[in-house]
Design a protein around this ligand. Sequence first.
Ligand SMILES: [Zn+2]
Length: 397
Amino acid sequence: MSWTSVIGQQRVSDALRRTISTERVAHAWLFYGPEGVGKRAAAIAYGKALLCEQGGEEACGACSSCGRVDRMVHPDLHMLMPYPSDADPADIAERIRLIGQNPYAAVDFVRRPSLDDPTRSSNKQALYTVARVQEEMCRAMSFQPVEGRYKVAVVSDAEHLRTDAANMFLKMLEEPPPKTVFILTTSRADRILATIVSRCRRLRFDPLTPEAIEQALIGEEGVAPELAATLARMADGSYTAGLDLAKNEDLRALRELVLDFSRAAYSRNVGKIADIVERPARFGRDQVGHVLELLLRWIRDLMLYREMGEAAALVNVDQAEAIAGFTERLPKADIEAMASVIEEAIVLVRSNVHVALTLTVLAGALAEAMRGPHSGKLYMPLSDAYDGGDASLGRTG
Ligand SMILES: [Zn+2]
């Protein structure tokens, strides 16, 4: 990691670089801002620059110190994360190795309790205990740097310092050992003791632009440009979210499902609706809610496209053709009504109403809305519904 591999965040990188060139490196930093925008990446890049044998404001990337930071084995760089009390040390080591490979990877215990199964959740609390603060921060940081000019500790997700642990950490911050640099990262600065916050130099991280995420997905991950553009717009400013979407093979299938559902609803193809309604219903409420949100994004794209045509900044850019097709073929569709019935369905699905029933009713309401407020055709014989009215909704790529 060096500044060039921190995505976006120019203001932040410039500020950190300046502290090195002007020799005003703070003892304690608080990097705060939304999840997945590069706080940890910038912390590691900063630590790497501070430890680099070349001693410039930029890590050289070639010396043995830089190499060891990349492999996360530098004795003067401590990468800390909260974890449950029964965490397996081999698992922790693996997570830290993965951070070295990609500091944006979602490999922390809070968001990813199991590395093997990204969908698994856990009710175990990830935290920093008093014992860990004592051992990994107070003791480890009290020694002279082994090689570099500094000792650096990256305390990620610092809001997970329990009150007693936070108080112990605070004592050390009041009299920091020489040549130490603590970098706390958090997306919940409001949960950090005010006395700790006031002892840190604070640096705000903003959400990334879709363009920055898109370029990084293409450049760093080899994601196809069209898909990268879509994922970048769905990622809400978080590169970590973009990465997760890129690696989630289910996502494309879900988006296909959304289109199938819209087509079947339009054609009132009862058999097909029943089949599609069965599929997400098997996944559980969260997943169904997710599918409906994708559908809502798709509908919002329709609104945009109808307003602005080719100039619209669509979320589903790789489905632009299907969206254009829909708009041409269904000029009377009441898109606002489509959006509101879906919003309503999302609320119902999340509040314990029968999922398959909700989706079936939604299909009917969507069909009405797609035909427009004055279609005059409220009833369609079932036989019509079966003969492939699908064609009117265009095809996806
Ligand atoms: Zn170096």
